[in-house]
Design a binder for this molecule. Structure first.
Ligand SMILES: NC(=O)c1ccc[n+]([C@@H]2O[C@H](COP(=O)([O-])OP(=O)(O)OC[C@H]3O[C@@H](n4cnc5c(N)ncnc54)[C@H](O)[C@@H]3O)[C@@H](O)[C@H]2O)c1
Length: 325
């Protein structure tokens, strides 16, 4: 099986390439080649028993080598994330919409339509704190990033119907805890209030303790994205998008889990007003009722305490080293 990861140098791209290099298989089938693509050639994970090529470039002007002719699975993660896409409309629309268009054209040119696993987002919905949305809820985005993700989902569903490719769009919750440095996602503070105190650093919190958010761990995100690569898409019908079963948690519950793992750590979380961020995340629904996600076999989520412990086990030391702490 040949795999390409667009956005392979980012958080989720690096995690999935490391897992593929470690396991060497997807659904019991040996991986025979991996192509990583990002604005700069992504780091190549160690230990793979198959060839890996790393290519730099712009997803909007996608070089043919980014998706080699016999590719079976394309993970399309390349994106400009939420707060940045809101701050820079031209950049967000260019990468998130025209980039997806370029991926569709590249797949059309292949002999065999590949599975395309696309990362959509909870940010393509609105409804705010009172909303627990069913699968049939309409996407009414309240930010440009969410609008671009919703449009990309429709383009990919239509390209699937036409047989150019075979898409599964996973509407990821906010993936928490994000390792490394803070990024330009509006949701970055949900990770920051766990990661920074575990590093002994202060973190800023721009929403109240009763604010509810739909999240998932990096471990679960990896399971789901790999599952999306092998799922029987005939089950999905014309609707190629799925909300996997994340968890709806409040800030108070996140801080309590942090205290369980590291007593005293939550004292490092400082309440700081940030209207721009609070306005973006305040429109996102507090949760979903992901019946299709369950039906299609996306695995259930673990507890919040397990999520915090997994960050300590998987990413804390690497984050410390990466940031020279
Ligand atoms: N992390 C989350 O919480 C979350 C939640 C929902 C959806 N998503 C989506 O999942 C995907 C991966 O997220 P992530 O957290 O790894 O983000 P990330 O920012 O770490 O990775 C995205 C990558 O895309 C690359 N990229 C940006 N513009 C590009 C261009 N013009 N050409 C080529 N590459 C380009 C970036 O360099 C970056 O490495 C994204 O599509 C994101 O929108 C993430």
């Amino acid at each position: 099986m040949k795999i390409a990861i667009l956005g392979g140098g980012g958080f989720l791209g690096r995690k999935i390439s490391a897992l593929l290099a470690r396991d060497g298989k997807l659904d019991g089938v040996s991986v025979t080649g991996l192509t990583l693509f990002d604005v700069a050639p992504p780091p190549v994970p160690e230990g793979a028993a198959f060839p890996i090529s790393a290519i730099g470039g712009d997803v909007v002007a996608l070089p043919a080598a980014a998706i080699p002719a016999d590719t079976d699975v394309v993970f399309h993660f390349a994106a400009v994330v939420s707060a940045q896409a809101e701050a820079d409309y031209d950049l967000g629309r260019r990468v998130n919409l025209r980039g997806t268009d370029a991926v569709i054209d590249a797949c059309r040119a292949l002999r065999k339509p590949p599975r395309v696993v696309f990362t959509s987002s909870v940010a393509s919905f609105s409804g705010g704190q009172d909303a627990i949305l069913p699968d049939a809820a309409r996407q009414i985005p309240a930010n440009s990033y969410g609008a671009q993700k919703a449009m990309a989902e429709i383009l990919l569903a239509d390209a699937s119907r036409r047989g150019f490719l075979d898409a599964v769009c996973v509407r990821l919750p906010t993936v928490t805890v994000r390792p490394g440095r803070p990024n330009r996602a509006a949701s970055g503070f949900f990770s920051g209030i766990i990661r920074e105190p575990l590093l002994g650093l202060e973190a800023e919190l721009p929403v109240g303790d009763d604010f509810a958010v739909w999240i998932c761990s990096p471990r679960r995100a990896m399971d789901w994205l790999l599952h999306a690569a092998i799922l029987d898409s005939a089950l999905m019908g014309l609707d190629r998008s799925v909300t996997p079963p994340g968890i709806s948690v409040t800030i108070a519950q996140i801080l309590a889990a942090l205290e369980t793992v590291k007593p005293g750590a939550s004292k490092l979380v400082k309440r700081v007003e940030d209207k721009a961020i609070a306005d973006i995340v305040g429109t996102w629904p507090a949760g979903f009722d992901p019946l299709r996600g369950h039906r299609f076999g996306f695995g259930r989520h673990e507890s919040l305490v397990e999520l915090v412990r997994a960050f300590v086990a998987d990413d804390l030391e690497a984050t410390r080293a990466d940031r020279g702490l």
